[in-house]
Design a protein around this ligand. Structure first.
Ligand code: AHR
Length: 505
């Protein structure tokens, strides 16, 4: 049996700019993300540049990753940056109390992170410590990184081998302040965020987007308090500038029984659809935060940032449960496809998003096993979708398509988004049915178009994944598509993600 769906895309009507930063990443000192992930050390037999693993860098460069968030997560509110500068052999060892309670040697610190960003061609998003740090410590970290003259912190940076200041566009004011970041109330944290932000100065050319640690999922009250406190800042009104320029929220996906409770690569069809319904619900969550922000900030001065998203399954058997190492299947790829459609729709206010996390942790792009490395199905979605970065939205109207009842609600089984850039258009299609094809016909209006390339990512089942035995089991393949008389027709296989690239006349 084949289902059918119909859609319209107006190729001549553009919407909001889709920030490339919606395709951001996150690397925490957690499990094997940094150590035994990005960082192998200069003496490793694994090819590296100054200790940073080169096959990972090369794979991520192919994604055009726009920014990288570091050092946490929860870890950020226990991290004291001075522990991670200077000669590596004399850096203190610290306990990572959040993740596996392991001891780390601080060999990967500020200089190594900025080096990694340079190698990746990514902007730095440094997350400062509000929970157990001080305002002075944070202010001095900003100065150390971004100041060019002979100020004390700039001099200290030079003593550690770096003459020029770095550009650091994004600065996090703590993380999950309602939980691991200090168990604060919204009102208390909002005051703290304002105070910390005031002392994170723009040095020289550097301009910080200061990001207040935001809500857990749909805690709209948290966002309301952050926005109210921001907008009612007396001194800030006088100066005409806001202490923080963005507020964040976090949203992890699972099939409804909570993060960290279900297997990554063994699940029923019911769990699969429930996961997709949970993912689709982020649309409601984002709308809620945006409605609150609109009411305090009608001129869109403050960005909404989803700086942790992705699936959270239970850790693979035989691995340290505190390391959050999970397999990544076709289901995860479709989770990513759905998120991006939703993110694109909210591009007016949603200015950044960071998947958790890039290597070996949660919904990763890359899993490593000693010298070997595997690209996950999620990696391929980021690659196939990269043309949306810094493009203009095109509004895609899905007129009809298959749905499935999940927990009393209709879950649409086809999701799509489209954008245009440089005389081209990119269409993304996520087809969720676990077992039925869908013939999709899209009426392309407003401009002539020629088909450049169509690709599809799928597996034999929703549970398929890549491993070192079969690294290419789930990888993009050519997809047959027809474009005749302005109508694009394509048959989407079950549980698939597809992209269609057009050249516009
Ligand atoms: O990404 C893993 C953890 O999830 C982060 O450290 C924390 O912010 C969140 O709870």
């Amino acid at each position: 049996m084949t289902a059918s769906a119909r859609a319209i895309i107006d190729l001549d009507v553009t919407g909001h700019h889709i920030s490339r930063h919606l395709y951001g990443h996150f690397a925490e000192h957690l499990g094997r993300c940094i150590y035994d992930g990005f960082w192998v050390g200069e003496d490793s037999t694994i090819p590296n540049e100054r200790g940073i693993r080169l096959d990972i860098v090369e794979a991520l460069r192919a994604l055009d990753i726009p920014n990288l968030r570091w050092p946490g997560g929860c870890f950020a509110d226990t991290y004291h940056w001075r522990d991670g500068i200077g000669p590596r052999e004399s850096r203190p060892r610290i306990a990572n109390t959040n993740w596996g309670d392991v001891v780390e040697n601080n060999h990967f610190g500020t200089h190594e992170f900025m080096d990694l960003c340079d190698l990746l061609g990514a902007d730095a998003y440094v997350n400062g410590n509000v929970g157990s740090g001080t305002v002075q410590e944070m202010a001095e970290w900003v100065e150390y990184l971004t100041r060019g003259d002979d100020s004390p912190m700039a001099q200290l940076r030079r003593e550690n081998g770096r003459d020029e200041p770095w550009l650091v566009p994004f600065w996090g004011l703590g993380n999950e302040a309602w939980g691991c970041g200090g168990n604060m109330s919204a009102a208390h944290y909002a005051e703290e965020a304002r105070r910390y932000a005031t002392f994170c100065h723009n040095h020289g050319e550097n301009r910080l987007v200061r990001i207040a640690a935001g809500a857990h999922e749909d805690d709209l009250e948290w966002t309301r308090v952050l926005m109210k406190t921001l907008m009612e800042c007396h001194g800030c009104t006088l100066w005409g500038s806001l202490p923080y320029q963005a507020v964040s929220f976090h949203y992890y996906s699972h099939s409804g029984s909570g993060a960290n409770t279900e297997e990554a690569a063994s699940f029923s069809d019911a769990q699969y659809y429930e996961t997709m319904a949970h993912v689709a619900d982020i649309d409601r969550v984002i709308r809620g935060h945006i409605a609150v922000m609109d009411s305090y900030d009608p001129h869109n001065r403050v960005g909404l940032v989803c700086d942790e998203w992705g699936t959270w399954w239970s850790a693979e058997e035989g691995t340290n449960p505190g390391f959050l190492f999970q397999q990544n299947t076709v289901r995860d790829a479709l989770v990513a496809g759905l998120h991006f459609d939703i993110f694109h729709r909210h591009a007016r206010r949603l200015t950044m998003a960071n998947i958790a996390q890039t290597v070996n942790v949660l919904q990763a792009m890359i899993l490593t096993d000693g010298e070997q490395m595997v690209l996950t199905p999620t990696y391929h979605v980021f690659e196939m979708n990269k043309g949306h970065q810094d493009a203009q939205q095109l509004v895609a109207h899905l007129l009809e398509g298959p749905v499935r009842g999940v927990r009393g609600e209709d879950l649409p089984l086809v999701s799509m988004s489209a954008s245009t850039k440089d005389g081209k258009a990119l269409l993304s299609l996520t087809h969720l049915s676990a077992d039925v094809d869908c013939e999709l016909s899209i009426d392309l209006r407003g401009r002539g178009a020629a088909l450049t390339r169509a690709r599809v990512l799928t597996g034999e089942s929703t549970t398929d994944f890549n491993d070192t035995d079969r690294p290419g089991r789930v990888a993009p393949r050519p997809l047959e598509a027809r474009l005749e008389g302005g109508t694009l027709t394509v048959t989407l296989p079950p549980h698939s993600f597809a992209t269609i690239e057009l050249t516009l006349a």
